[in-house]
Design a protein around this ligand. Structure first.
Ligand SMILES: [Zn+2]
Length: 172
């Protein structure tokens, strides 16, 4: 059975009032910023999203998303396929004033004046934030072998005068 497609634009105010849950996926080929950052994204972005209010009555968008991206291994420069996962708790706001009043634990996400949220953009932001900054293969999978550690000769060892040489000069 094909997974349901996550709607792009949703009435967030209504979904919060209904305590709506959404389990659906985004076709990752539609997420252009992700396509530009990673080599490609092989899987849909699977999302589990809850709309609710917290005790202080803030509108919340919480849940998790996960996918599989191909990036460039920073060790061997080959392609590496990596799972990416993110959990989030975001505060839905209408303007900067409301964003500033959110408790620190909530990242603000702005709705338009009609309470419409671009869910794809919000989820793409979460995936982008979760991408590793230094993608590498696991040790056995990397094509580049770890270089042999260089023998440890430091400059101070080479240039330090030999005390016996100094003595020899004094005796002359
Ligand atoms: Zn590698």
């Amino acid at each position: 059975m094909a997974e349901a497609q996550l709607p792009r634009r949703v009435d967030a105010v209504k979904l919060v009032d209904n305590n709506q849950q959404l389990n659906a996926a985004i076709d990752s080929s539609k997420l252009t910023r992700l396509g530009e950052t990673a080599v490609r994204c092989d899987a849909p972005v699977h999302c589990e999203i809850n709309f609710s209010r917290d005790r202080e009555n803030n509108r919340l968008l919480s849940g998790s998303c996960h996918t599989q991206v191909v990036m460039i291994c920073q060790r061997c420069l080959g392609e590496v396929s990596l799972p990416v996962e993110s959990s989030f708790e975001l505060g839905l706001v209408f303007n900067d004033d409301q964003a500033r009043q959110l408790p620190k634990r909530l990242e603000p996400v702005e709705l338009d004046e009609h309470g419409i949220l671009d869910l794809w953009t919000a989820m793409e932001d979460e995936v982008l934030l979760a991408l590793p900054s230094y993608p590498v293969h696991t040790q056995g999978e990397c094509e580049l072998k770890q270089p042999e550690p260089a023998p440890e000769i430091t400059e101070s060892d080479e240039k330090r005068p030999n005390p016996f040489d100094v003595l020899a000069k004094l005796k002359q």
